[in-house]
Design a binder for this molecule. Sequence first.
Ligand SMILES: [Zn+2]
Length: 156
Amino acid sequence: MGRWERKDVPHKGWICVDYYDLHANGEVGYATCEMCNNERIRYIHIMRHESYAKELKVGCICAEKMADDYVGPKSREKLLKNRSIRRKNWLKRNWRQSSRGNDYLNVDGHNVTIFPDKNRAEHWKFKIDDDFSLKSYVEKNQAKIAAFDALMKKRE
Ligand SMILES: [Zn+2]
């Protein structure tokens, strides 16, 4: 049962500092919960404890026990699941073309534009309003997905 069996690891009093979907950005596969060693977690809750040096990446069930919170982790996981559905539909949305020939989308009061990276041939970047992506992407669709994730971050 991994860290649950260890006396040097606190069992309660953890707080969640961040959470994410492992499959965001097109990754596949699963992670291992650092608390119970369950090997099939996809929605990761990053937990921190004031008297433990390492942050632990854990699944929903462990996050609930560690924080003694049986509402928060489930609602975070639900949010990530909804986001995953929206992400799948994102590429199918009605992208339009700007006068420069760049794909763009106006969504929730933001303008999302995909454009070729001037400094790297055959790479794509995105911008949301006036915020430009730091990274560039080989596939245009990767840039679109990254734009989606950045948009979701803005909203949090
Ligand atoms: Zn676990």
